[in-house]
Design a protein around this ligand. Structure first.
Ligand code: FE2
Length: 370
């Protein structure tokens, strides 16, 4: 009872996944001669397994260990270049093989990503080509790996979350009835312990387009007046995975819901456990309402915050992908969105995410009961 997408991705993709993805149907790759795709083993597979609810776990952030080092940025010492992409967010590094980082280097990486929000590492073919077993080991260093409740994954590796779109299909959580598919979010923020340090890379990408945009939720918050921030710190909001599950249940995205959807309440302003920075923690994709406020009050405040996130280009950075790029971001202090501007070209965009869970969000306001 499972389905795997088969594909020919190189260059312009041919119709591959025109198959209707229902769990009872098996793809029959032998029926069609496929062009060899280097990452065919990482195409989405939709198993119909059902998982129990996630249980709480104690997260120890590796970034803590780097704080006591004499130079917590020593891992960048001998690289070719380190460039700030914007003053507030994003660093691009050339000349470092992430796959070869030792444990101290990984601790430093976690801290630096927390501080910069996003780090872009070019020329990571070694990392990407080591494959899913390595991805699992890599991610496990930073926390317990999240298994996505609805997305496709490589056969045998449910911890590797995949995004995939080509000419005929999308397996992503994208609404096609909106004026734009761009939607700021922090990944799976509906979980009790949403992700912190997150690793993502593309295996296939369109010739142009398919960028990813990021925004600093620390900067977003810091632009607001102290009085308003003081009020936001007293608030908590409901984050929901129900719509995402319904999207799958409606037959899209592989049609699989492997864990029942959950809703959790998180502080509207959270504190990063390592840097101590405060960040706005609401997002249009998963946040539904502010607890305790009247409906109109909640809607008005959330709309204001979403609009502020949308239009503050001075808090944002746009990543142009190149082959063999690996990006890490800290989901606690940033939001992001894919840019789906290449539908008409029919080209494939195929990516993999490794998503360790972090702590239950810490309220910036001490003593706020959740
Ligand atoms: Fe995402």
């Amino acid at each position: 009872m499972s389905t795997t997408v088969t594909s020919s991705v190189a260059g312009v993709t041919e119709q591959v996944a025109s198959l209707k993805l229902r769990p009872s149907e098996e793809a029959k790759p032998e029926e069609k001669k496929q062009e060899e795709y280097k990452y065919a083993h990482l195409l989405p597979h939709f198993s119909a397994e059902h998982y129990p609810p996630l249980t709480p776990y104690e997260h120890v952030d590796p970034g803590h260990r780097a704080l006591s080092l004499p130079d917590p940025r020593a891992f960048l010492e001998s690289v070719t270049s380190v460039e700030e992409l914007t003053p507030r967010l994003g660093t691009e590094v050339i000349g470092l093989n992430l796959a070869e980082l030792d444990n101290s280097g990984r601790d430093q990486l976690a801290l630096e990503v927390a501080r910069r929000g996003v780090m872009v590492f070019r020329d990571q073919e070694d990392f990407i080509d080591r494959g899913p077993e390595f991805y699992r080991q890599w991610g496990s260093y930073f926390g317990r790996l999240h298994i996505h409740p609805t997305s496709g994954h490589p056969v045998g590796y449910p911890e590797v979350h995949l995004v995939y779109r080509d000419l005929n299909s999308t397996f992503n959580f994208e609404y096609d009835d909106a004026v734009t598919p761009t939607v700021w979010h922090s990944d799976v923020s509906y979980e009790l312990q949403p992700p912190g340090l997150t690793t993502f890379f593309l295996l296939a990408q369109p010739k142009s387009g398919g960028d990813t945009i990021f925004t600093s939720q620390v900067s977003t918050l810091s632009r607001l007046s102290p009085q308003f921030v003081a009020f936001l710190r007293t608030l908590k909001a409901v984050h929901s995975g129900i719509e995402q599950a319904d999207f799958s249940r409606s037959g899209r995205r592989g049609g699989i819901v492997r864990r029942d959807p959950v809703e959790h309440v998180h502080p509207v302003v959270r504190r990063h456990p390592v840097t101590g920075e405060e960040a706005l923690y609401v997002n249009r994709q998963f946040t539904r309402r502010i607890v305790g406020l009247k409906r109109e009050e909640s809607e008005t405040i959330l709309k204001f915050l979403y609009d502020h996130i949308d239009r503050s280009q001075d808090n944002q950075v746009r990543l142009k992908w190149r082959p063999n790029t690996v990006v890490l971001w800290d989901n606690r202090v940033t939001a992001h969105s894919a840019i789906i501007d290449f539908k008409e070209t029919g080209e494939a965009r195929h990516g993999a995410r490794i998503t360790p869970q972090a702590e239950r969000p810490i309220p910036a306001l001490e003593g706020l009961e959740l």
